[in-house]
Design a protein around this ligand. Structure first.
Ligand code: PMP
Length: 365
């Protein structure tokens, strides 16, 4: 064969599959497939965005004003903060910086699909530990650490399961890792976690040299389209990541919009409270359906993973909901052909989903 050939480890990668936004016939559907914020974006952030655009000039390469604003809100020294083109960039950059061919990158089964890509892209071997009823099993992870392990990814809450690893468990995971293994705590959904359930990730990153916490503006801030993430770790780790991230990785618009968004914590609180109330109501509606073999995995995130063990299958539920106008996320590619991940939307959207599921489950009996 002629032409350039990718490195063998790149050839093995399956491209990231995003949540779809249209049905089979291309019809636009209500999109509850990508964990976006149904309340949109802070009006203050939108106003800042409208004024921000200076397309002829490069943006601040170090996102200084944004890092200062994030640091102020979270009590983190801006020198310990890095911004990324979404948190996805930071996850990939962290893997490339600390692992390569012959090394292992560890995470739990049903972990976020980008971990596999991030590991393979740098030539490292992805290693998957067994889950604990769809949650993170700290003992299983620790049992798989060996001298080749360079990095451990833990999403908290996890996507696609929504499961949450409490503070003491996360601390136990960290305490069990060698100091030269980087623990990446991916808090993409942290804005949705009740403040009293704080997993202590930021404190671990503050106190130890081998912890990177990543966060995003894509979910709780409703800024998925602006592509803004941030991370915090010891200055040595931040320095390494800065060397290989994209040089002007956040546009002018992204920096200005995210800055105004982080200063509007009232919007984030409102989003979290809306989500908690609707998630609770939706799970209660599923439980009230009775014995149809449908189970909701306990979630601390802005989505719920439903598991179908009865006559109504995950695939049929996915197709039936799409026919009723809503696109959700069926997950056969992630080992969950029996699982449907549903983003928590507005009250009306959740009523449509719950009614549709009930109708289909009853018809399948
Ligand atoms: N981590 C997790 C667990 C996610 O679910 C996502 C988005 N699906 C990301 C990271 C990356 O999000 P972004 O690049 O938009 O910050």
């Amino acid at each position: 064969m002629t032409g350039p050939q990718p490195k063998p480890w790149i050839a093995e990668i399956h491209a990231y599959v995003p949540g779809k936004s249209a049905g089979k016939d291309g019809r636009p559907l209500v999109k509850l497939s990508a964990n976006e914020n149904p309340l949109g974006t802070s009006p203050k952030a939108l106003a800042a965005r409208a004024q921000a655009v200076v397309p002829s000039l490069y943006p601040d390469p170090d996102s200084n004003a944004l890092r200062a604003a994030i640091g102020k809100v979270h009590g983190v020294d801006p020198a310990r903060i890095i911004c990324g083109t979404g948190s996805g960039e930071l996850l990939s950059v962290a893997a490339s910086a600390y692992a390569g061919p012959g090394d292992e990158i560890l995470y739990v089964r049903y972990g976020f699909s980008l971990y596999d890509i991030a590991a393979r892209r740098c030539g490292a071997t992805p290693v998957v530990a067994p889950d604990n009823d769809y949650g993170t099993d700290v003992d299983a992870l620790l049992a798989m650490v060996n001298e080749k392990t360079r990095l451990v990814f833990v999403a908290n809450p996890n996507n696609p399961t929504g499961s949450f690893t409490p503070r003491a468990e996360l601390a136990r995971l960290h305490a069990g890792l060698p100091a030269d293994v980087l623990l990446v705590i991916d808090q993409a959904y942290a804005e949705y976690v009740a403040p009293e359930d704080d997993d202590g990730g930021l404190a671990l990153a503050e106190e130890h040299g081998n912890v990177l916490v990543t966060r995003t503006f894509s979910k709780g801030y409703g800024l998925a389209g602006e592509r803004v993430g941030w991370g915090t770790a010891a200055p040595g780790v931040i320095d390494v990541l800065n060397r290989i991230r994209g040089p002007f990785n956040l546009s002018n618009s992204a920096q200005a919009t995210a800055l105004a968004a982080v200063e509007d914590q009232a919007f984030v609180t409102h989003s979290r409270e809306h989500n908690a109330a609707e998630r609770k109501r939706f799970v209660a509606a599923i439980e009230a359906m009775g014995n149809h073999g449908i189970r909701a995995v306990p979630s601390e995130a802005n989505f719920v993973l439903l598991l179908f063990a009865g006559k109504l299958t995950g695939e049929a539920a996915y197709n039936g909901l799409a026919e009723r106008g809503t696109i959700t996320r069926w997950l056969p590619g992630q080992g969950l052909p029996h699982g449907l991940r549903i983003t928590i939307g507005t009250a009306e959207q959740m009523d449509v989903i719950a009614a549709g599921l009930r109708e289909m489950a009853e018809a399948a009996q």
